[in-house]
Ligand binder design. Sequence first.
Ligand code: PBG
Length: 351
Amino acid sequence: MSQTKPSAKLAPFPSRAEAPAPEKLALTHRPRRNRKSDWARRLVRENVLTTDDLIWPIFVIGGEKRTEAVTSMPGVVRYSVDEAVRAAEKAAGLHIPAIAIFPYTDPDLRDPHGSEALHDQNLVCQACRAIKAAVPDLGLITDVALDPYTSHGHDGLMRGEEILNDETVAVLVKQALNQARAGADVIAPSDMMDGRVAAIRAGLDSDGFQHVQVMAYAAKYASAFYGPFRDAVGTNKTLVGDKRTYQMDPANSDEALREVEHDILEGADMVMVKPGMPYLDIVRRVKETFGQPTFAYQVSGEYAMIMAAAGHGWLDGDRAMMESLIAFKRAGADGVLTYFAVRAAEALRDA
Ligand code: PBG
C-alpha cells in the first residue's frame, strides 16, 4: 500500500470562509493515517470474525448417499443422513462450533398436527444420532417448530384460521424432548408462540436434560427473506396464508426488546434476532440492553441475494460474504447462523 504523504496542496474545508493559505494548512485530524497500510489497519481494527462465530444450518432429506440442490440457494444442498454426517465432519474439521439441522419432511408424512415432529425416527432425530456418534464434539442445534411437519405449513396447530398458542406449546415441549433424547445439545424454538421457552425449559429439566441449552429465536420477524428456506424444507408449497399473527411486524423495535426480555426471564441461554442484515439495529439494541449471548440469523433470502448478484458478476461474492459477516460482529452479535459458514471458515483458514 502506498503511503499518503502530507500534502500542502490539500483543498481547504469548503465551510471555512477564510481558509488558511495552503502552505499554512496543518490538519490536526488525518484519519487516513491509520489506514495507510495493511499492518496499520489491522492494528486499529475494532471487530474480528473468527470461525468460532459461525453456526452452519443444514437441510436433511430421506434416503441414502443423496444430495439435492436447493435451486433458490446456489451452493446449498439437502443431505441424506449419511451425507449429513460427512457435512458435519467437514464443519468440525474447520472448527465450526455448531450446526443447526432442518428437515425436508416427505409430504406424505405431513399432517395437520405435525405428528412426525414427535416421531423418534424422524429425520432430525436420525441425523442427531448419526452425527453425535461420528462427531461428538460438534454442537448440535435443533429447530423446534411444527412447520416442516404440518400439512398447512404453519409453526403451530390450527383451529380454523387461528394458530393455537397453548395447545401448540404443549406439542413443542414434546418435540424438544424428542430431539434432546436423540442427542441435541441446543434446542432452538423458532415458532414464536408465547411462553414456549419456559415450557420447554421445564420439560427438559423434568426429564433430566438440565444441561441442554435453549437458543430462543426471540425476535423473529414475519419476513419475505425466508422464501428460499421454505423451498428448502418444502413449506412454500404447503403454507396457507402467512405467519403475521405470531412472527413480528418488521416495523417494530421496542417490541423486540420485550420479546427478548420474556425469553431471557423464561430461561433462554442465548437469544437470536432474525433475519439478520435488515435487522442489525435490533441486534445492537438487544445486545446493549441485555448483554446476553446474542445471535443473528443471516437467513436464506440474504444468502440468496448475495449469491444471485455474485452469480451475475454484479459483485464480488466472497468479499460481500465477509463484509456481511463482520457487520454482525460490529452490531454486537456473538455469532451468526449462516449458510456461508463453511465457505467463510475456509476463507478465514486460507487468509
Ligand atoms: C420455521 C423457520 C423458518 C426459518 C427457520 N425456521 C422459516 C419461517 O419461519 O417460515 C427461516 C430460515 C431462513 O430463511 O434461512 N420455523
